[in-house]
Design a protein around this ligand. Sequence first.
Ligand code: G4F
Length: 328
Amino acid sequence: MKKKAFITGINGQDGSYLAELLVEKDYEVYGIVRRNSIAEHQESRIDHLVGMGVETEYGDLLDVSSLERMIRTIQPDEIYNIAAQSHVRISMDIPQFTVQTNALGLLNVLEAYKNNCPKARFYQASSSEMFGRSIDEDGYQRETTPMHPTSPYGCTKVFGFNMVQHYRNAYKLFASNGILFNHESPRRGFEFVSRKITSGVARIKKGLQKKLKLGNINSKRDWGHAQDYVDAMWLMLQQNNPNDFVIGTGKQHSVENFAEKAFAHVGLNYKDYLVIDKNLIRPAEVDSLLADYTKAKKELKWEPKISFEDLVAGMVESDLEIATNLKY
Ligand code: G4F
């Protein structure tokens, strides 16, 4: 019999790559999509999976009855909770919505899981944002690094992380946390810095934009490719026991370096186009994220395959194609 997976956030960057991976592995894939009054492009990342064993329904992490009904009727073997208000800066503007969606929403999914299919395996999208400014002496963050979140988003992710551990321990559920560091792709939302840069570079190259406005270009991130990271999510649920894993590349670049590489890819000097906009600087910032993914490497046999250079180049190329077809 085919395995069944239930994904919240299936139409996002990670959800769409994960759905592709699971289709490839011959799963039946089910997902919920939040209804939006502007229906266009809602499912653009997963359009190509229609008719390939992927089914979606309208739902919401805050709509307990539909969550319960879907999980009860589908009886999934694996549940991936990826949906969230995932933008750190925006979580400072809409903290209550962020807490309801990310914290109470996760709790709703956990409860639906515990009450309706406790034999399933559960993945929670935890985040390196949980560490905040906390760094081990050697400059890395790992599973044992203390968590001191510096944003409402980070706080909700710490809540979710602890809840998953609590449900695992109290109810003996197979529930695991993936502590994922920043991961990007051509499917990344335009409001995150990587995509803002690569779409800006493409538009500037095509004469559609003159300047690129950014906030803090000194912060450093450990950027990987989302496609590599969904492999790690799946691997976590194939282990003998539930556990928590840091997923990253172990390499770090500044925002400035990302911009430099992206502009250089199209033969431009970033210094000629970059403008610092003080309004884009966050009230609180995470300066440095760098993953020690030794545990994942050892236990999951997972390693990132796509380099930073290929990630940036691939995103710029994809955005050049979009800019050429004027699909903005
Ligand atoms: O791309 P960002 O918005 O990602 P951020 O805040 O690191 O969060 C991402 O990674 C987390 C993992 O640690 C996830 F949990 C989270 O869901 C999300 O995927 O910003 C990256 C850096 C920040 O330091 C920010 O201040 O870029 C800086 N930045 C500078 N100018 C900007 C901009 N960020 C954005 N979004 N827009 C700018 O104009």
